[in-house]
Design a protein around this ligand. Structure first.
Ligand SMILES: [Zn+2]
Length: 235
């Protein structure tokens, strides 16, 4: 299996690892800073530098039963088990995912109603809510979000047991993404004192000010009570 360095060190852009397994589609390492697609967040892209100076492009990262698989589109003939590689992630893309992902937590805290779906992208992200009443007003929501961002609330990680989560089902805001249960402990992400607190395995910025200003895009009707809220980063 792969040690998941991105969970404790979301800001790591480069790190060394050893090749654990070579597969048809790519390579599994003993540890990785590459986030594998899941929970609405895309898998990381980037490259591996081999000891001979050769760079191999990583085009996607996914979870498998054997560990985290880095998809390589190049010839892997040079890669052998036990070999050292230096991982380099496409940081510009990944940092936008971290900003977007954290912004979606804030959005979640400002909109009443269960989350039924979502997707994170470097350019545009969205959450779908089941909103029984009035749909939120776009300008007002954008202003509330940007105030929370500018107020620079810190993010913190803690852990609870499967049993604690089962006893507090309200902690799960996203019906479409199951919290990562089964290992006995669940990773919880908190923003500020009590702005948002929910199980999540994704990568986030360390403080809301790092998100930068956002824009609320279209608020779309996707069924009787379903509202899709799109957000964009201002830069
Ligand atoms: Zn998250």
């Amino acid at each position: 299996m792969t040690e998941e360095l991105f969970k404790e060190a979301a800001y790591s852009k480069t790190a060394d690892a050893k090749v654990y397994r070579v597969m048809d589609e790519g390579v599994i390492l003993d540890r990785t800073i590459f986030y594998p697609e899941g929970g609405g967040q895309p898998g990381d892209m980037g490259s591996f530098r081999l000891q001979d100076g050769q760079d191999l492009a990583v085009t996607n990262t996914v979870k498998t039963s054997n560990g985290i698989l880095h998809i390589l589109n190049a010839n892997k003939g040079e890669v052998i088990v036990g070999q050292d590689v230096t991982m380099n992630i496409d940081w510009e893309r990944r940092f936008r995912h971290m900003r977007m992902h954290t912004a979606l937590h804030l959005l979640c805290s400002q909109v009443e109603g269960a989350v039924t779906g979502g997707a994170i992208g470097a350019q545009k992200s969205r959450l779908d809510f089941n909103i029984p009443g009035e749909r939120p007003e776009k300008e007002e929501l954008e202003e509330k979000m940007n105030t929370l961002i500018a107020d620079d609330h810190e993010l913190s990680i803690s852990w609870i047991t499967d049993e604690e989560l089962e006893a507090n089902p309200d902690l799960v805001r996203t019906m479409s993404v199951k919290p990562p249960m089964g290992t006995g402990r669940i990773r919880m992400v908190r923003i500020g004192e009590n702005i948002d607190f929910q199980p999540c395995g994704g990568t986030h910025v360390k403080s809301t000010v790092e998100i930068g200003a956002i824009k609320i895009g279209k608020i779309e009707n996707k069924g009787r009570q379903n509202r899709r809220i799109n957000i964009l980063l201002s830069d």
